[in-house]
Design a protein around this ligand. Structure first.
Ligand SMILES: [Ca+2]
Ligand SMILES: [Ca+2]
Length: 381
């Protein structure tokens, strides 16, 4: 048995002897990894901060019972049970052995016991400064929590903004020629994450969209091929160095349209399939009325900024998130006597969560991998 497990068990035993009413924190891990813990309030304590859930405006009188359990009879896990009126909530966390430092898997199970359907409001509480993307939450530019797929759908939106799964890198761009200063700040989609912006327009409206780039890392072409998608226009592939060269600002123009009629124009930059460098970049976005007469060279020079409906210094100080606030609030619909489960993947150590759009890890695979390493660890002793 590993030291940290002994510590967890010793802590439990000691607290039980001294003060039966107190509930201890519970540590959990996977063989060879540093442990995480669930504290007595059911919060997960990670290297990057604490993750907590507030359920149904839970009041101070709510009691949480935290205990150490084994999943599949072998995976050490922490479990917290609490009651919120007629809704029972069970949070279960264990470590999955995903390279390099492991992923914590948090399952939140909600059960309706009162015999009537309910809408249960849930808030995800993260450290100050956390930023929420469409599918992940980031702390210090690192994606540390992957969110359930539909959690963000009901959030209030701004007129334009970025879904914060990509990372702002101010000053990354070093254009070698005079140009609009907003080429200097960029966003990068670390690990293949899309850079995704949305702009409010009248449903089905058309606009001219210009996106600006400047490659300031690679010297040669072929390293960072990207795919540029603007709603209503043909996809344009781009290799900045092949087209313009290193440190040379350039731009692509799109005749855009809100094709799906949802009142938003979508701009997405992705890595091309098979790209050696899977981190897409983006420096600037301009949105112009369709009737504007434009020369790309003058747009790049910043001379048409005043004509633009939107001029976004991507990754700069005036860049903004599509969603305001740092707290994620959503509602879970529970049928009478029904249950629902929410899954969160949580980064541990210095790692980050895999991109939810492209990862091959499913909850079932993570659980099987965790059970397998514990069986092998037991067999080896
Ligand atoms: Ca649209
Ligand atoms: Ca910029």
């Amino acid at each position: 048995m590993k030291t940290h497990q002994l510590v967890a068990i010793a802590t439990l035993g000691l607290v039980a002897l001294m003060e039966p009413a107190l509930i201890a924190e519970v540590q959990f891990t996977s063989p060879g990894f540093a442990p995480s813990k669930m504290d007595a309030q059911g919060r997960l304590i990670e290297s990057w901060g604490a993750l907590d859930l507030k359920i149904a405006g839970a009041d101070a009188a709510e009691s949480i019972e935290v205990k150490s359990i084994k999943l599949d009879d072998i995976i050490p896990a922490a479990q917290a049970n609490s009651h919120h009126g007629t809704v029972c909530v069970t949070r279960t966390a264990y470590r999955a052995p995903v390279w390099p430092s492991g992923l914590d898997v948090l399952t939140v199970r909600l059960e309706e016991t009162g015999g009537h359907a309910q809408s249960v409001p849930i808030s995800l509480l993260l450290p100050a400064g956390a930023r929420l993307g469409a599918r992940t939450a980031s702390v210090g530019g690192r994606a540390v929590v992957s969110l359930p797929a539909d959690a963000r759908a009901a959030q209030a939106k701004r007129d334009w903004g970025c879904l914060d799964d990509s990372t702002a890198l101010p000053g990354w761009g070093r254009p070698a020629v005079a140009c609009d200063p907003s080429f200097r700040n960029i966003r990068a989609g670390m690990g293949g994450v899309p850079i995704h912006y949305r702009f409010k327009v009248e449903p089905k409206a058309a606009r001219t969209v210009v996106v600006g780039f400047c490659e300031s890392h690679w010297e040669t072409s072929g390293q960072r091929p990207m795919s540029c998608r603007v709603e209503g226009a043909a996809v344009q592939p781009l290799d900045c160095n092949a087209k313009w060269g290193q440190h040379q600002p350039g731009a692509l123009q799109f005749m855009a349209k809100d094709e799906n009629g949802d009142g938003e124009l979508e701009v997405t930059i992705l890595p091309a399939p098979g790209a050696p460098d899977r981190n897409p970049i983006l420096n600037v976005i301009w949105i112009f009325p369709v009737e504007a007469r434009l020369e790309l060279a003058q747009i790049i020079a910043g001379q048409y900024n005043g004509l633009a409906e939107r001029h976004v210094d991507v990754g700069g100080a005036s860049d903004q998130s599509l969603y305001g606030g740092g707290e994620l609030e959503f509602a879970v619909q529970l049928p009478a006597q029904g249950t629902r489960e929410l899954q969160f993947l949580i980064a541990t150590g210095g790692g980050s969560v895999p991109p939810p759009e492209s990862t091959a890890w499913t909850p079932a695979k993570l659980r099987r991998a965790a059970a397998q390493v514990w069986r092998e660890w037991q067999d080896a002793r």
